[in-house]
Ligand binder design. Structure first.
Ligand SMILES: [Zn+2]
Length: 338
C-alpha cells in the first residue's frame, strides 16, 4: 500500500510500505478515508525532534473498518470510525477518569498517512460515526481525531466557564479549534492571538471576539489592558515554546488557569513565578478519546465545523508537498486523500 515515510528532516516520501495486518485479536484494520499532517509532525520535519531511521508517520485519520480481530466487539467492518492517536483500553482507572492518553495500556501508533492503518485496542480506541458521512462532513470528523479534541482539552484544562474571558495563544489548527471549544463552553470574550490575516479571519468565524497581534511581553500587556489590568480567566497555550508558555502564564489573572497542549520544547517555568502568580496549570497530550462521542455529535449535527482548518487538500501521493506547505505556513493544515 501507499504510506508515508520520514527519512530525515525535510525528507518525507510517499512510498510503498507493507500492508498492515491484524496482530492481536483486539486489532482492527481501517481503510483511510482522509488523513492529514499535524503541527507536531513538523517537529521531526524541521529536525527539532531527531529522525534516527526511516519511520512511517501520521496519527490522524477517519476511515472505514476493513477487518477486525476475533476479540473486537464494538466496531465492525463497513463502519466509519474516528479514533485518537493513542490506543487505549478505555476501561482502566485512568481511562475512566477521562485521561485515555495516560491509559495503563496505552500504545502509540503512527503510520496513519497511509491507505490502511492497524488500530490496536480497537474497542477502546475507535468510535463509530452514526452513519456514512457526506463528503462535506469528512474534514470536520478528521479534525476531531486530533486538533479539535486537543483544542477542546486545552479549553477544559484551562477551565473555561460560561461568561469567561479567554485568550488563545497560537493560531495553528489547534489554537483555532480552541476558539471553537471556548465558544462552545460559553466564553463571552475570546481573544485570539494571531498575526496572520487568514487565520484571524477563521478565528473570528469560529467565535473570536478580539484579535491581538502582539506577542511575548507586548502581547501580555495588551491582554492586561483589555481586562482592566487583571488578565484573562482562562488561557489556552497551543504552541509549546518557552515564549508562548510565558505569554500564556503572564496573561492569566490570579486564580485563572492555563491549559497547555503545545508539545513543550525547551520550556522553563520558574516555580517561584508560578507560586506567586496564583495561576493553575494543566496540560499534556490531549485525551482526545474522552471527547470523541461528544465532538462527533457536534460535527455530525452541524453545530461546529472544525473542518474549516483544512485550507489545502492534496492526494496522499503528494504528501511531501503537504509538509512543505505547512512548514512555510502556506497552509494551516493539509488534508490528504488516499
Ligand atoms: Zn486505559
Amino acid at each position: 500500500m501507499r504510506g508515508t515515510v520520514i527519512h530525515a528532516p525535510g525528507d518525507v516520501r510517499s512510498e510503498e510500505v507493507p500492508d498492515p495486518r491484524i496482530i492481536a485479536p483486539t486489532d482492527a484494520i481501517i481503510r483511510t478515508v482522509a488523513t492529514c499532517v499535524c503541527g507536531s509532525d513538523l517537529w521531526s520535519y524541521r529536525g527539532i525532534n531527531p529522525v534516527t531511521e526511516p519511520t512511517t508517520i501520521g496519527h490522524e485519520y477517519v476511515g472505514v473498518v476493513e477487518e477486525v480481530g476475533a476479540g473486537v466487539t464494538t466496531v465492525k467492518p463497513g463502519q466509519y470510525v474516528v479514533g485518537s492517536f493513542f490506543a487505549s483500553d478505555n476501561t482502566c482507572p485512568n481511562c475512566r477518569n477521562g485521561y485515555q492518553t495516560s491509559c495503563l495500556n496505552r500504545e502509540y501508533f503512527g503510520g496513519c498517512q497511509a491507505e490502511y492503518v492497524r488500530i490496536p485496542q480497537a474497542d477502546g480506541t475507535l468510535v463509530a460515526i452514526p452513519g456514512q458521512p457526506s463528503e462535506a462532513l469528512v474534514p470536520g470528523l478528521l479534525a476531531v481525531s486530533d486538533v479539535m479534541g486537543t483544542g477542546w482539552y486545552a479549553a477544559v484544562a484551562a477551565e473555561v466557564k460560561p461568561g469567561a474571558t479567554v485568550a488563545v495563544v497560537g493560531d495553528g489548527a489547534v489554537g483555532l479549534c480552541g476558539v471553537i471549544a471556548a465558544k462552545e463552553l460559553g466564553a463571552e470574550r475570546i481573544i485570539a492571538m494571531s498575526r496572520h490575516t487568514d487565520r484571524q479571519r477563521l478565528a473570528r468565524e469560529f467565535g473570536a471576539t478580539d484579535i491581538v497581534t502582539e506577542r511575548g511581553d507586548e502581547g501580555v500587556k495588551v491582554i492586561k489592558e483589555m481586562t482592566d489590568g487583571i488578565g484573562a480567566d482562562s488561557v489556552l497555550e497551543c504552541v509549546g515554546t518557552n515564549e508562548s508558555m510565558h505569554q500564556a502564564l503572564r496573561a492569566t489573572r490570579p486564580g485563572g488557569h492555563v491549559g497547555f497542549v503545545g508539545v513543550p520544547h525547551d520550556v522553563n517555568i520558574p516555580v517561584d513565578e508560578l507560586f506567586s502568580s496564583h495561576v493553575g496549570l494543566r496540560g499534556g497530550p490531549a485525551p482526545v478519546r474522552a471527547f470523541l462521542p461528544d465532538l462527533i455529535e457536534r460535527v455530525w449535527t452541524g453545530r461546529i465545523n472544525p473542518g474549516k482548518v483544512f485550507d489545502l487538500t492534496l492526494p496522499l501521493a503528494q504528501v511531501a508537498e503537504a509538509y512543505h506547505a505547512m512548514d512555510v505556513r502556506r497552509a494551516i493544515k493539509v488534508l490528504l486523500q488516499p
